[in-house]
Write a protein that binds this ligand. Structure first.
Ligand SMILES: *Cc1c(COP(=O)(O)O)cnc(C)c1O
Length: 373
């Protein structure tokens, strides 16, 4: 058997007619940048995540770069984030010459260890950039408390977190990306809400930040050809928006399916002593975008799974503080031991709504086989 890590083909086959009609409508109506479908998707996402404003941009990375620019992450400023994430969570800070300041992660959640943030706050700190990774959100209670105490902006990297919800000690659940000053989503194909190409979104409850984002995404123009700022050309593509609107119709079911698949994995892997399964911390509702395990002898297990036709992925093999591009920050091995250890042991197993129970059975059998050898 072969079990792919991810494919968009099954979903497309299941809903072929709907996707075709959505794409064809855009083409027949005549292509428009920031067309009707983009606006409709923005409205859908505002309603779904219960946020005031959603602004479609060209990618999750662009969303981070634009939001960082607007929030004033610039020269002589510091922004606190995690070293265990995708590059874009920290490069958006460095792009504007602000300094990414890393804080180690919590070993159970892989998210920033919020108990270690305060000691890294200086007079130059202007923001915190938490990432909600894999299946759960960072502790937003602690982050918002620090932000309030030290007057910091919070930019939530919710690229992987569409549909996750945080309650913490609050009175009600709030969606990932809607708690800080700004939040971002990625529509990269593998993501929970993934398109058939690149796309992203910025969300905010602040009217002024919404206004600025809409200006920045079209070259900084408040009125066409009148440039108030040096902005970007970063629009969500109308065709991608049309595809994403189809996917939004089924998003609740897709999220539920991911949860069911995560249960299949947990049930089958729970007795293997060499494996640590995901553990959810804090009052929150996870969404299993990635099903990550920590495992003994990771590289050989990974090799064995590959040889047996199982697609896997390693998020992330090298923490950001040890990447060449950030060597100028002066970090060294040993600075963030929890993140470094996670990089050596973490392994992502295939999970997407169309995967079958037989495929999950096969993956788990192969894992058991490996440890029996
Ligand atoms: C995917 C991802 C991004 C970037 O999104 P793109 O749409 O691929 O640019 C940023 N941060 C995290 C944590 C991601 O997983």
């Amino acid at each position: 058997m072969r079990v792919g890590f991810y494919t968009s083909k099954r979903e497309y086959c299941e809903k072929k007619q709907e996707f075709q009609e959505a794409i064809e409508k855009v083409l027949v109506d005549g292509i428009q940048t920031l067309g009707k479908e983009v606006k409709d998707l923005e409205t859908e996402i505002e309603n779904f995540t219960e946020v005031k404003h959603a602004i479609g941009v060209a990618s999750g990375t662009d969303a981070l770069v634009i939001a960082s620019d607007i929030l004033g992450f610039k020269k002589d400023k510091e922004v606190i984030t995690s070293p265990f994430t995708f590059l874009a969570s920290a490069s958006c800070i460095a792009k504007h010459d602000a300094k990414p300041v890393f804080v180690d992660i919590d070993e159970d959640t892989f998210n920033i260890d919020t108990t270690k943030i305060e000691e890294r706050i200086t007079k130059d700190t202007c923001g915190i950039l938490p990432i909600h990774l894999f299946c759960q959100m960072a502790n937003m209670d602690n982050i918002m408390e620090l932000a309030k105490k030290y007057n910091l902006f919070v930019l939530e990297d919710a690229a992987e977190a569409f549909g996750m919800k945080w309650k913490g000690n609050g009175d009600f659940y709030r969606y990932a990306g809607t708690i800080g000053d700004m939040g971002i989503f990625s529509f990269f194909p593998t993501k929970t809400l993934g398109g058939y190409g690149d796309g992203g979104m910025i969300i905010t409850n602040n009217d002024r930040l919404d206004e600025l984002t809409k200006i920045y995404r079209v070259h900084g123009a408040s009125v066409k050809y009148h440039y108030d700022y040096i902005g970007y050309n970063s629009r969500l593509d109308t065709l991608q928006a049309a595809i994403l609107l189809v996917k939004m119709k089924y998003i609740k079911g897709a999220i539920r399916k991911r949860e069911i698949i995560s249960e299949w994995y947990k049930e089958r892997l729970k007795d293997i002593e060499y494996i640590k399964l995901p553990k959810i911390k804090g009052e929150q509702e996870p969404v299993y975008y990635v099903f990550n395990i920590l495992c003994k002898d990771r590289d050989n297990l990974n090799k064995y799974l590959k040889e047996n036709g199982v697609g896997t992925s390693i998020y992330y093999p090298i923490p950001l503080h040890l990447q060449k591009c950030f060597s100028y920050l002066g970090y060294k091995e040993g600075d963030f031991p929890v993140a470094e250890k996670a990089c050596k042991n973490v392994l992502a197993l295939p999970i997407y709504p169309e995967i079958t129970i037989e495929e999950v059975d096969y993956v788990c059998e192969k894992i058991k086989e490996f440890y029996k050898k």
